[in-house]
Design a protein around this ligand. Structure first.
Ligand code: 5GP
Ligand code: ZN
Length: 123
């Protein structure tokens, strides 16, 4: 898509702090992090919003969600349950959908935020 910033990142026409790439997906650090870890997971294919997804996107969306705990773990913000059964660490995932959901970039992306709270602003 012309003029889509995340399509340009996917095509490596503009740089990003890339941390993951496969045939379908990419993940990179948010340019304006709202938490100590703030990652964005995107499909390389242009899909404007979660609100445009349907059954055909179920596998892609599942892969995006399952990538979040893997990358959080690699970034030192994984979710753990100790031998005493107590959870620790962890992260937050979010899709912003449309104007009322606070979406500003209309290329599907999953936010993955982690680190000690409090975080900034809407997050
Ligand atoms: P949303 O559309 O869900 O509100 O958020 C878009 C996110 O993309 C924001 O957190 C913003 O900081 C991030 N962002 C916007 N432009 C760029 C960019 O060029 N590079 C990177 N890495 N992140 C960006
Ligand atoms: Zn795009």
């Amino acid at each position: 898509m012309d003029n889509c910033i995340f399509c340009k990142i996917a095509a490596k026409q503009i740089p990003s702090k890339l941390i993951y790439e496969d045939e379908e997906l990419m993940a990179f650090h948010d340019i304006n992090p709202a938490a100590p870890m703030h990652l964005l997971i995107i499909p390389k294919q242009h899909i404007a919003s979660l609100g445009d997804c349907n059954e055909q996107h179920a596998e892609l969306l599942g892969r995006m969600m399952l990538l979040a705990p893997k990358l959080a773990q690699e970034q030192g913000h994984g979710y753990k349950v100790g031998e005493d059964g107590q959870p620790s660490g962890g992260f937050k995932t979010m899709f912003h959908v449309g104007p009322n959901g606070g979406q500003e970039v209309y290329h599907l992306h999953l936010h993955v935020l982690g680190g000690p709270r409090p975080w900034r602003g809407q997050f």
